[in-house]
Design a protein around this ligand. Structure first.
Ligand SMILES: C[S@@+](CC[C@H](N)C(=O)[O-])C[C@H]1O[C@@H](n2cnc3c(N)ncnc32)[C@H](O)[C@@H]1O
Length: 259
């Protein structure tokens, strides 16, 4: 959602837009920013938009839980929020689980591909958006939902209850280890682009023939190179879509492929 003061803020070069999650706002901060100016603007924005808290987010994610890098700017120092996406409601702490609104289109796109009764394995579930949408909109019969982050597991339990999707089964386990559930799957969702090679190896080794895979890959390109073409050389025979570009030379690409 755009902030009411967005134009003024943009002209100061501090951030592009304000994401509103319930009563909390998140601002994208550039690599270098004036902290005092950022805090003053956050205070003003909080009042204008009637929010209770404003945070700044720096680029990138860190660690194996892929957590974002946030700075508190104004109001309550609270990062546990209610977030609505694609007709579902999620409760999460954006400082404790991976969170990206950029993926909301992918959550919906994959859920729309799901056929009634599918058995799904989500190898990297976070707070559960792919899993819950697949269960609620796609009518999957079971969605085994792995994550190694205990907070992801915790919020997934709450979110399956809020969204009335008992088909979502949260599992606190490394999905790159021994995962017997993969053998049962009609569909595997693997949204961890940085480790796509490991995920692909586990899938190819353990999944049944004919299984549908929604794999997310990281693609490094040279100047003039097309990321979709490069992805098709990495994993031939699929359908490809650019999800986002992290740098001019680095892309995340969605690959839909049937084994
Ligand atoms: C990019 S996030 C995607 C989260 C979620 N699917 C979403 O769309 O918001 C990747 C998730 O994978 C989890 N993860 C990383 N390595 C893992 C592993 N070996 N096994 C299971 N989960 C893992 C992280 O904790 C993180 O929640």
């Amino acid at each position: 959602m755009e902030g009411s003061d967005t134009e003024g803020i943009k002209s100061l070069g501090l951030w592009k837009r304000v994401e509103v999650l319930g009563d909390v706002g998140i601002i994208s901060l550039p690599f270098q920013y004036d902290e005092k100016k950022a805090r003053e603007l956050a205070q003003r924005l909080m009042k204008q938009m009637r929010l209770r808290s404003i945070w700044g987010r720096l680029r990138g994610t860190e660690g194996e839980h892929r957590l974002g890098n946030y700075v508190h700017l104004a109001g309550e120092k609270r990062s546990e929020v209610i977030y609505k996406e694609n007709g579902c409601t999620f409760f999460l702490d954006f400082r404790k689980v991976f969170f990206s609104q950029t993926l909301s289109f992918e959550h919906l796109r994959v859920a729309r591909e799901v056929r009634r009764g599918e058995i799904i394995v989500n190898m990297f579930s976070g707070y559960g958006p792919f899993s819950i949408l697949a269960a609620k909109l796609g009518d999957a019969s079971v969605v085994y939902s792995f994550d190694i982050n205990p907070y992801g597991y915790y919020y997934m339990h709450i979110n399956r209850w809020i969204n009335r999707t008992p088909q979502v089964i949260p599992i606190l386990r490394d999905s790159l280890g021994r995962v017997r559930e993969i053998r049962e799957a009609d569909r595997i969702i693997a949204p961890l682009p940085e480790r796509w090679r490991n995920a692909w190896e586990v899938i190819v080794k353990n999944a049944r023939k004919g299984v549908m895979v929604n794999l997310y890959v990281e693609v490094q390109v040279e100047r003039e190179e097309d990321p979709l073409q490069k992805a098709s050389l990495m994993i031939p025979g699929g359908k490809y879509r650019v999800v986002r570009s992290l740098k001019p030379s680095l892309y995340h690409v969605a690959v839909d492929i049937q084994l």
